[in-house]
Every structure is written in structure tokens, then in C-alpha cells.
Write a protein that binds this ligand. Structure first.
Ligand code: PHE
Length: 360
């Protein structure tokens, strides 16, 4: 009997160590210890034996079963840890590699400047407001105190959209000022908003594009004066041009929706060709139109001009980008030339913030 069990043990243990994965090992287990397995059959045969025979064979068979069971368990652990090692090796990550492949695209200078402008005004307590590019004639002109026969309509070389059935007319907005109207119509003072966006005029040369960008500012509250406006613009231009000191010059001007109206120039030095330095020098750069919101505009937008006053300002966003980043011509802004975009674009992951730096 010893001979039989030794042989069987050798054979089964051989198959156990030969099993190369858990499925093969399971097949060996079923063949030995399963219902009809070789070891199970031997154990079953004990029942038909005489007590003497059983005394000899019983311990032999049981020992065989225990050894086979142990061998299978050990092999199973071995196979599992080999499988885990293989998986860890295949999923290995080299943490010394650079974190990210350099992003391919760049941020357009207009988007960059738009983000910079909104970051600065957000810091000054201005919320961002928006309006549509295709604007009601009423909001672009009439509610801004520019009635149909007003000569100021000629100043804006307007793209008109065909009349609607009800007689109303849309235009491609000629400035961001209709966002003032939209804001006042739906919000009560205090109001502090900045509205950057696309604007359109029939105009095209090195410094004018039929589509361009403006930023608009509006503050309405009790007791708002032009003094507040001057401080806000000073803070804005200092932050935007990233210089400690600037000097603004006010010039009287005319806009139908502000009274009085003021245009602002910034002192600069252009004595070195191709270079502008702000805050010193003998040149002046025209930057923004502005003024005290006309009482008629307040009234047309549902705000009591006896109780509230406001200031508004507006300027060219593309122009800010050209000045700050030394871009001489506006036309390539909108030509999608990859070489231009690579040259003047900004790193895609570099979001301008006041504390982290506007432009770097
Ligand atoms: N909308 C004017 C323009 O396009 C600028 C402006 C805005 C003037 C707000 C006064 C107040 O020229």
C-alpha cells in the first residue's frame, strides 16, 4: 500500500509544481481531491476494508490527502504572488518623468488681455457682465440717448441687420455700451460691472478691424462721482501695465450717453522706436472714453436719476493688447495664422491672477 500512495503522491505533487497558473492548478486539485478525484477514491475505498486493513491504509491515505492539500495551497500562494509581481511590473510608473507633455496650443493675446482685465476689475469689486453681439438697435443706440435721427449714429459705421416683422431692428453692436443698458434694466443699484466683448464697425486698416474688442465699465450708486472713476482707472492701468506709477490726463469729450464726458490719456515715453514706457515721457496715449452716466440714460433704464449717479467707461481691448505686448498691426489678430499665434500667444496653463502675476 505504501508503494501505491508514494507513487500517487509523487505524480500529483509533480502536476502541482508543473501547474503554471491558477486554472491549471484547479484542474489538478479536482483530479486529486474532487468528488471523483484519485485521492478521494482511495479514501472512499476505506469503507469496504476490514478493520485491520483500514488501520494500515487509513493513516496513509489521510496523510496523502493532507500533503496534497498543503502542496496545492502553497502553489496557489506562489502563483498569486507571481501574478501580482507581473502586474506591478507592467503597471510601473516612472515618477521621475516630466508631469505633462508641453501643451500644444497657445492663448490668444485678446483672451489673455481679457482675462487680465477681468482679474483686475474683479479685485476692485466689479462683476463680469455680458451681452449679445447681435444687439437691439434700441439698446445699442436709443436707450443710450442716441435717437434714430441723432448725428452720433453716423459716428458708428454700423453693420445693420434686416428689419424684423414687428419693425424692430438689430445691429452688430458697435460698442459694449449696450451692456450698460442690459445691466441697468435688470439690476438695481449698487451696480459695478465690467463687460468685455466683441464689437463691430465698418472699418478696416492697420489699427482698425471690422470686428474688434472693447471693455466697458459701469458703476451706479448714490453719490458716485468722476473722482471715483479716476481712481478706478488709475488702479486699473497701473495693475494692467504692471508699473508702480502712471499719470492720467483728462480731456473733455462728447458721448451722447455721458454728461460730462471725459477721454483719458496716459503719459508715456515713445522716444525709443518700437518701445513704450508708461508713467514717464512727453507723449500721451489715448486710452478710454468715459463720463458720468447721462440722467436720461438712467431714466430710460428704470433708475431714478434724482437718487442715483454713475460713471461709465469704455476702451479697446485689442488696443490694450497691442500696447502691452508690442503688437504693431491689428489685422493678424483675426487671421488665425499659426506662426503669429505661436509668437504672440501665451502658455495655455498660465492663468493671469493678481497675486500670481498677470503676464509672465
Ligand atoms: N462706447 C464708447 C465708444 O465706443 C466708449 C464709452 C463707453 C464712452 C462708456 C463713455 C462711456 O467709443
Amino acid at each position: 500500500m505504501t508503494h501505491v500512495t508514494n507513487e500517487l503522491e509523487k505524480q500529483i505533487l509533480g502536476s502541482v509544481s508543473a501547474a503554471s497558473d491558477e486554472a491549471a492548478l484547479e484542474a489538478v486539485r479536482v483530479g486529486a481531491l474532487g468528488k471523483k478525484g484519485q485521492v478521494s477514491e482511495l479514501l472512499k475505498s476505506l469503507g469496504a476494508m476490514s478493520p485491520d486493513e483500514r488501520k494500515v491504509s487509513g493513516p496513509l491515505f489521510n496523510t496523502l490527502r493532507d500533503r496534497v492539500t498543503d502542496a496545492i495551497a502553497r502553489r496557489k500562494t506562489e502563483l498569486q504572488s507571481a501574478a501580482l509581481d507581473a502586474r506591478l511590473a507592467s503597471e510601473r510608473i516612472d515618477v521621475t518623468l516630466p508631469a505633462r507633455i508641453e501643451p500644444q496650443g497657445t492663448i490668444h493675446p485678446v483672451s489673455q488681455v481679457l482675462d487680465e482685465v477681468t482679474a483686475i476689475f474683479a479685485d476692485l469689486g466689479f462683476a463680469v457682465a455680458e451681452g449679445p453681439d447681435i444687439e437691439l438697435d434700441d439698446y445699442n443706440f436709443t436707450k443710450l440717448n442716441i435717437p434714430t435721427d441723432h448725428p452720433a449714429r453716423q459716428m458708428h459705421d454700423t453693420f445693420y441687420v434686416a428689419k424684423q416683422a414687428d419693425g424692430s431692428r438689430h445691429v452688430l453692436r458697435t460698442h459694449t455700451s449696450p451692456v450698460q443698458v442690459r445691466t441697468m434694466l435688470k439690476t438695481k443699484p449698487p451696480i459695478r460691472i465690467v463687460a468685455p466683448g466683441r464689437t463691430y464697425r465698418v472699418d478696416s486698416d492697420a489699427t482698425h478691424s471690422p470686428m474688434f474688442h472693447q471693455y466697458e465699465g459701469l458703476a451706479v450708486d448714490e453719490g458716485i462721482t468722476l473722482g471715483h472713476l479716476k481712481w478706478v482707472l488709475e488702479e486699473f492701468y497701473k495693475a494692467f501695465f504692471e508699473v508702480p506709477k502712471i499719470e492720467l490726463r483728462a480731456r473733455p469729450s462728447y458721448f451722447p450717453f455721458t454728461e460730462p464726458s471725459v477721454e483719458w490719456d496716459l503719459r508715456c515715453d515713445r522716444s525709443v522706436p518700437g518701445k513704450i514706457v508708461f508713467g514717464t515721457g512727453n507723449d500721451w496715449l489715448e486710452l478710454a472714453g468715459s463720463g458720468t452716466v447721462h440722467p436720461r440714460v438712467l431714466a430710460m433704464c428704470g433708475i431714478d436719476p434724482e437718487k442715483y449717479t454713475g460713471f461709465a467707461f469704455g476702451g479697446g481691448l485689442d488696443r490694450l493688447a497691442m500696447l502691452k505686448y508690442g503688437i504693431p498691426d491689428i489685422r493678424p489678430f483675426f487671421e488665425s495664422d499659426l506662426r503669429w499665434l505661436k509668437h504672440y500667444g501665451f502658455p495655455a496653463l498660465d492663468v493671469p491672477t493678481l497675486d500670481g502675476g498677470l503676464s509672465r
